[in-house]
Ligand binder design. Sequence first.
Ligand SMILES: [Zn+2]
Length: 372
Amino acid sequence: MLLVYNNGLSGCSENRSLQSIELLEAWLKLPQRRFGRVEQVDQHCIEADCSGLLNLLIKALGKKAPFQLLRPKAVHYYALLQEIGSPQVAAIRAGHFLAWRKDVVPKSGDTGHVLIAASKARQRASGVFVLDVLDSTKACGGLARREVELHADQNGRLIGVRLHLSDRKVKRVPIFHACLERSRHCFGCALPKAMCMCGKVEPQLSTPSIVILRHPSERGRTLSTVSLIKQRYPGVLVKDGELFSKPRDMSLALLFPGAEPLNIEVDKKGLEGQTRVLVLIDATWPKARKILHLNTWLAELPKVSLEPRAISDYLIRKVPDEDSLSTVESFAMVARDLELSELFRSFVEQQITVMGEDIYRKNYRNHLNFRP
Ligand SMILES: [Zn+2]
C-alpha cells in the first residue's frame, strides 16, 4: 500500500520521491501507532521501536539488513552508516537514514538511535540546525513526523543532537547518514557492491572489549580493515579522528608494539579477571605515533603488546618489523578468532588477484612480508 507522496521534499536524487518516504507517510496514516519491541505492521496498526521501524522499512523495500542480522539495532545501523555515510550536516537529504550510538551498549534496551530524514537541515543559529524526521520514539508513542535539532562543528560535521526539542540536554555524539535506496554500497556488509562479502563470515552479536581509534585517512579508504572487523563484530566501537576524548566508564589499556607482552586474558566476553578495555589505533605507523602524541591520556594508559607467532599477512601494506600486525590481525589475535583471521587472509588474496600477481611481485617484493 504505497501512497503517492509529492509535497516538494527532495530525495537523494532531487527529482524523484523515495519509496521509503512514501511508505512511512502511508504508515503515518494508520489508525494506530505504538512504540514497542515488537516489529509489526498491518492495515490498522504499526508497532516498532526506532530500529524496528527501519527493519520493517528495509524488509518492505526488499533491502538487506545491516550485516544480515535478523533484528539489527541502532548500533548496527550506526556501524553501517559510519562506513558508507557522511558526517556532514549539509549533505542530509529526505530519505537519508541517520544514526548515533552509545559508547557502552547495555545488554538490553537502547543502543542509540536511528531515524529517517524528511527534509534537508535548516540552519537556526551558528552550528545549530533543525531537521524534519520520521522515527519511532517512546515519547511520541511510536512512529511520528517531527523535528530534531542537530549540532555541527565549524566544518559542518555532525557532533550532537537534541532528540526532542523539549530536551534540556544536547547529546554529544558523532552522527552519520546515508541514502539507503540509491547507494553504491551493499547494506548487508557496508562494502561497495562490487566487493560484497555478505555470507563470508557469521556476524557475532557479542563483541570483544576493544575500542578502535581510527585515523580519518583510514575511514576514507574504499575498504578499510575496520570494515572487515565489522563483518564479524558489527557492534564494535570505532571512533574516527585524530583527537579523541577519553571514553568514560571504561578501564583502558593501549595495544602498542614494543610494550609489555599482553598478559591479561581476553576472550569474546571481554577481558577475563580484569575489566580492562583494549584500545587499538587504526592508522599507518607514523600517524599512530602522531595520535599518541596528540592525545596525552592515551600515552598515559598502561601499554600491552602482542607477540605474534608469524609475520603479518597484510601483504599489500608495508610492515615496519616482524612483530607489527595490522588492526584486523591484532583484533583477531586478541579475540582468538580464527574465522576473522581467515576472512582477512581471503580478503588480501582477493586484492592481489584483482591487482594481478605480476604487479604484486613487482611492487611488493621489497616488503618484509613479501610472499612470492
Ligand atoms: Zn554485501
